[in-house]
Design a protein around this ligand. Structure first.
Ligand code: ATP
Ligand code: MG
Length: 269
């Protein structure tokens, strides 16, 4: 028989919000957590906190918009998701080109508009608009993009939510240059720059945090990379570390360093 406890339990655990996303689902965009590997990460998270406060109580209106721009694999999506989750706003929604594969432009616009309309119904909402250039179907050959989706986003990024409602929009892109050409940058109130890992110290912070190598190996990597320049996104680096872990012990470090040289612009010699 069904008791009152079962009922309450179902309410708490089984019934998901009708609109908005359960936090666990958002969690998958931060699959590997956020490693605080240096100043650039600290500074983005701090800016994120400011956006949240502004979103909650800013005086200049109910809409706060920010673009997280950075190279591919630098961790833009994860950072946007983390900031969104730390807001504790009751309505969280992800608007991702992954969910719109094969959609016609009109269907995309409708889906994007629906996300915003749903958000307007909650007092405090966060929307992550992931990978804007993909959403716009941007392609470098031509170049081509969807003007319909562009116009829809430009309108929605400027539209104040209804009275008493507040909305924070976090968008991401790897092509700030393209958004600039499309005159979309000015639609955002703030642009936050997401950075790649660029120094030996930052690299070592990640390796130490993950406890992926012995301290002897870490010393060796530290010596080999000291004062060298590199440029590698956290997502790429996590992949290289994973690969190194699968490699036979004797080749692990040379393999890791040569991959880092190849993929991460590490200047050996
Ligand atoms: P793409 O250019 O393909 O869109 P991206 O820049 O959006 O890539 P993410 O998809 O966010 O990159 O991948 C970053 C991965 O690194 C995630 O799995 C995340 O959990 C992990 N990660 C660890 N530390 C950090 C960090 N400091 N910042 C961002 N992501 C981090
Ligand atoms: Mg991404």
């Amino acid at each position: 028989k069904i008791s009152r406890e079962d009922f309450l339990n179902a309410f708490q655990n089984d019934i998901k919000p009708a609109f908005g996303m359960a936090e666990e689902q958002f969690e998958r965009y931060v699959a590997n957590g956020i490693i605080n590997w240096g100043e650039p990460v600290r500074s983005i998270l701090e800016d994120g906190d400011l956006l949240i406060s502004q979103g909650k109580a800013g005086e200049s209106g109910g809409l706060v918009t920010a673009l997280l721009a950075g190279p591919p694999n630098s961790g833009k999506t994860a950072l946007a998701a983390r900031i969104a989750m730390s807001s504790d706003f009751p309505f969280l929604k992800f608007c991702s080109p992954e969910d719109m594969i094969g959609f016609m432009d009109t269907a995309k616009c409708q889906m994007i508009k629906k996300v915003f309309d749903d958000a307007y119904r909650s007092q405090l909402s966060v929307i992550v608009v992931d990978n804007v250039e993909r959403l716009l179907d941007y392609g470098p050959i031509g170049p081509r993009y969807s003007n319909l989706v562009l116009q829809a986003l430009l309108v929605l990024l400027k539209k104040e939510p209804p009275k008493g409602r507040r909305l924070l929009v976090l968008a991401t892109t790897s092509r700030k240059d393209v958004l600039g050409e499309l005159e979309m940058l000015s639609a955002f109130q703030t642009v936050l720059q997401v950075s790649n890992i660029s120094t030996s110290e930052q690299l070592l912070s990640v390796l130490e945090y993950l406890d992926a190598f012995s301290s002897k190996d870490l010393d060796f990597i530290s010596r080999k990379t000291d004062k060298k320049r590199m440029w590698i996104g956290i997502k790429k680096l996590l992949g290289l570390i994973d690969m190194a872990k699968q490699t036979e012990e004797a080749y692990r470090i040379p393999k890791f360093l040569s991959k880092l040289e190849e993929e991460g612009g590490l200047e050996m010699s």
